[in-house]
Design a protein around this ligand. Structure first.
Ligand code: ZN
Length: 486
């Protein structure tokens, strides 16, 4: 079976052919770390995690690079406004790298809960300033950039005369010129559509580095051109990210790389679609900006309950990555129930008793699932095949049908591969609030034991200790109470 993926650049499905046999280089735009991850961060992470997992499942050695943007992502667009991380640092009186460290760790924690595998390399933009300066020099040498007042801008019109600016997003330069505001004559840029490769830092700007042009910082788009080619080579297989990054970020990335190197660097561009909340775009000002932690604890006012990380993952995988997904409590509750049904069938499958013959046909599940995955990662179809299979498993478990040992083994294998390896689903460890409830219940039990001890009711106190020990709890008595672990 051949893996077919939709290439955003050619706007069609293509058979995936890696540059180097058996190996895949893949770059995905990661988060800007100045706040907690939200549902919008979860979607590209889970989409490309599933691709990463599936490529490895197909036997490829994958080098997966997902960057951390920690400099140069400005408030308004690539060129205007305060750096998002510097602003957070200023408001909270922190060193910018403290902000980066804090939110990177929190991002990793959320990703781990979602069972998103860590990438092979996670480069930081701030750790690649020298390489970015070198990249700017190459674009300048090629004649597609100009220096102005200590900043360096990409000359979009000049580039477009030789190459094609807008090929990824389908925009054209005349339209863009019409839709951007006129320059007021004060601007350092020649044209409004030009974008910054290097910005001279204003005196109040706290993140800056020396360069041949000024004490300043790199433009946001530059890091991905630089780090992608540094770690994956001047041409690599896959570049992914959310659809919101297609323009201007990825369009500018293509222009920079082609200008500097004289050729395209990416063979397949892949974009996941966006998540809306009750039909609306997500946004801080709309009050519907729900962080992943708020989903896990149910602590946002729009949420009627907590949702476990696996429910979130399953919810995202139930839609094809190129379709929009609308979040609502009803939709997530349906996912929660669906996932529970699926995992229950998986559990039952592992305890099925074999018969001499099979009375239901369960053959071909593996092929059908692989076929769906090979068709541009069609995870909702894989999930529907598993639901069909669950019906048979339940019939056998209820004694209404039979399966041979051979069929059971094949099913077990397919389910394990698809559920655990490819879709990355695992048994839920519960959401944070159920975990809290569980911890409080153990504490309560041990308080009762403490009380029993004080009352010299040894029978009760020993019973609680022994029964908990049987379940795997380690209880340590302390002078002022107790401590427990599993
Ligand atoms: Zn990027």
């Amino acid at each position: 079976m051949e893996l077919v993926i939709y290439n955003t650049l050619s706007r069609k499905k293509e058979v995936f052919k890696p540059i180097h046999e058996g190996m895949v280089g893949m770059y995905v735009c990661g988060p800007t770390v100045y706040g907690d991850g939200h549902l919008g961060h979860a979607r590209p992470a889970i989409t490309f995690d599933t691709l990463y997992r599936y490529l490895m499942h197909l036997g490829y050695k994958v080098r997966y690079v997902r960057n951390i943007t920690d400099v140069g992502h400005l408030e308004h667009d690539a060129d205007e406004g305060e750096d998002k991380i510097a602003k957070k640092a200023r408001l909270e009186q922190l060193e910018p790298m403290e902000v980066v460290q804090y939110y990177t760790l929190r991002y990793h924690k959320a990703m781990e809960k979602l069972n998103v595998l860590p990438p092979s390399i996670e480069p930081h933009a701030s750790g690649h300033i020298i390489e970015q300066i070198e990249f700017v020099k190459r674009i300048l040498d090629a004649g597609f950039a100009y220096e102005s007042e200590g900043s360096v801008y990409f000359d979009v019109e000049k580039y477009n005369a030789k190459y094609h600016y807008g090929k990824l997003s389908g925009r054209n330069i005349d339209e863009l010129l019409e839709n951007t505001r006129e320059l007021d004559g004060q601007s350092e840029k020649r044209r409004s559509i030009d974008f910054a490769l290097w910005k001279k830092a204003a005196p109040e700007h706290i993140m800056h580095w020396p360069s041949p042009w000024s004490e300043g910082f790199p433009g946001w788009h530059l890091e991905c051109s630089t780090m992608g080619t540094k770690y994956l080579g001047e041409t690599f297989d896959i570049h992914g990210g959310g659809m919101d990054l297609m323009f201007p970020h990825h369009e500018c990335e293509i222009a920079q790389s082609v200008a500097a190197l004289g050729h395209e660097t990416v063979n397949y561009w892949m974009h996941n679609n966006m998540i809306t909340i009750n039909g609306q775009k997500m946004g801080k000002s709309l009050g519907n900006f729900i962080t992943l932690d708020e989903f896990f604890t149910g602590s946002h006012k729009l949420l009627t309950q907590a949702y476990s990380p696996m429910t979130i993952r399953f919810f995202i995988l139930q839609a094809h990555y190129r379709s929009t997904v609308d979040f609502s409590n009803e939709a997530l509750q349906a996912s929660e129930k669906g996932l529970a049904r699926l995992m229950e069938a998986y559990e039952r499958l592992n305890h099925l008793k074999a018969s001499a013959t099979s009375s239901v046909d369960v053959k071909g599940l593996r092929d059908r699932c692989e076929e769906a995955m090979c068709d541009d990662l069609n995870t909702p179809i894989v999930i529907s095949h598993l639901f069909d299979s669950a019906k048979n498993i339940n019939l056998v478990a209820d004694g209404k049908a039979t399966l041979s040992q051979e069929d059971i083994d094949e099913l077990k294998n397919t389910w394990k591969v698809m559920i655990e390896e490819v879709l990355g689903l695992k048994r839920d460890e519960g959401n944070d609030s159920t975990n809290d409830a569980y911890k409080q219940a153990i504490d309560l039990l041990l308080q009762i034991r403490l009380q029993a001890k004080q009352n010299k009711d040894w029978a009760t106190s020993d019973k609680i200790r022994d029964e908990l020990a049987k379940l795997g709890f380690i209880i340590k008595d302390k002078k002022d109470g107790f401590e427990w672990s599993i």
